[in-house]
Design a protein around this ligand. Structure first.
Ligand code: GLV
Ligand code: MN
Ligand code: MN
Length: 416
């Protein structure tokens, strides 16, 4: 069994390696001058192949599964040992930072590299999930949903904005969508799911601690709202005779902000706003907007959503436009297992670092594992005010190394 207490130098070496690997992955992008890597683009598939090769070089039996997850397996000390899953996602938002998702995959990878040759009392699977952000198909967690067996066949008919069916995109990449059910793990085979992720916020930075233990992952809902008004000539239709879809959408976006501000811990975002037939001299007939509402308390979330949808219908009624609302995702708040929080805490204490606990406002693949197995999450401090979903995301090599040390120690503690 390797020594579980790396020196500060070892730690920095691990941390630098994580950041170097993240720099390497960021070379593949589908947009020039920015990092964008969405489901099954050429850049995305290149990243998958690179991860698979790195996993193999670390001594893991590695493959890319039919939904594009990169899976690396390290056997346990005994045949038939149950499996600990480590993971995070390698897809990105548009114009992303280098660490959201990828940090967790790479941190686990360098830890498994450093454990090469060791046999833990359980098997380990490292999974780089292909899709978490929901950018291409407006439906997130495709990778982890397949692993927990919650990606039903109807999902294959979802289309991206160019009209491509999910099932066809998977087939065109050389995978067989009919094989997706084989990706699902059986709960009885799994010990737990652990994920390391950048915090994506300022709490650890402000408290001056490098890592934090996640207590729960906030719940959230996502909708597409589509407004149908009436097109008309910008120069002839009087202002009081218009049914402008864009203006109704604008009012709804402001309503979302107003409602979310009413309660601490409630967050409402309109991140996408589109006028498909927009032209400078035409009154907008159609406008589509996205809606993302989150809260740590499920009742607060349910009430806020109900208020927003009801008030949006009232706005549509006043403006003489039609509003359609399509739910894309609904996730309850998910607690992290107390015994896994305690394991992380013991490793953090051993490293002489203050133990900080915090809830996650961001969604994570970990939440998808709710119901399949126990979940543990470790956050790592971000720099730059904690900014994320932005190229300004930063993490230091020191903090990256500490995260790797804590994860490594926790894995070894799980074996005792
Ligand atoms: C994932 O990045 C999320 O939207 O929380
Ligand atoms: Mn993200
Ligand atoms: Mn993420």
């Amino acid at each position: 069994m390797p020594n579980s207490s790396p020196t500060v130098d070892d730690r920095l070496t691990l941390g630098r390696r994580i950041l170097d690997l993240a720099d390497d992955l960021a070379h593949w992008s589908e947009s020039t001058g920015a990092l964008t890597c969405t489901f099954f683009s050429d850049a995305h598939r290149a990243v998958a192949r690179q991860l698979r090769d790195w996993f193999a070089a670390a001594g893991l039996a590695s493959e890319i599964d039919p939904i594009g997850n990169v899976v690396g397996r390290m056997p346990g000390a005994h045949p038939g040992a149950r499996t600990l899953i480590l993971g995070s996602h390698y897809d990105t938002v548009r114009n992303a930072g280098k660490y959201d998702g990828r940090f967790g995959i790479l941190c686990a990878l360098v830890v498994l590299e450093s454990l090469r040759g060791a046999r833990l009392p359980f098997a380990v699977e490292l999974i780089g999930f292909s899709e978490e952000e929901g950018v291409r198909f407006a439906t997130p967690y495709l990778g982890s949903r397949a692993v927990v067996g919650r990606l039903d066949a109807a999902m294959m008919n979802v289309r991206d904005r160019s009209g491509h069916r999910l099932g066809d995109v998977i087939a065109a990449a050389g995978h067989d969508p009919s094989q997706l059910p084989s990706v699902a793990r059986r709960p009885e085979d799994i010990i737990a799911y652990l994920e390391v992720h950048i915090e994506q916020g300022p709490v650890l930075l402000n408290d001056n601690v490098p890592v934090g233990i996640v207590t729960a992952i906030a719940g959230g809902v996502r909708y597409t709202l589509a407004i149908e008004g009436e097109a008309g000539h910008a120069g002839t239709v009087p202002m009081d005779a218009r049914h402008d879809a864009l203006l109704a959408a604008a009012e709804i976006a402001l309503l979302v902000e107003r409602r979310a501000r009413l309660e601490p811990g409630l967050l409402g975002t309109v991140g996408r706003f589109e006028v498909p037939e927009g032209a400078i001299n035409v009154i907008p007939r159609r406008c589509e907007l996205s809606l993302d509402v989150r809260a740590q308390d499920d009742d607060v979330l349910t009430q806020a959503l109900a208020d927003i949808l009801a008030e949006s219908q009232a706005i549509a009624g006043r403006r003489g436009v039609r509003l359609g609302a399509r739910e894309l995702l609904r996730k309850k708040a998910v607690p992290c297992a107390p015994h896994l929080q305690q394991l992380f805490a013991a490793s953090i204490e051993k490293a002489n670092i203050p133990v900080k606990r915090l809830a996650s406002g961001a969604g994570h693949d970990a939440a998808t594992f709710d119901g399949l197995t126990d979940i543990g999450m470790l956050f790592v401090r971000c720099g730059n005010g904690g900014i994320s979903h932005s190229p300004l995301e930063t993490v230091t090599a020191e903090d990256a190394g500490i995260a790797a040390q804590i994860l490594r120690d926790t894995l070894m503690r799980m074996g005792t």
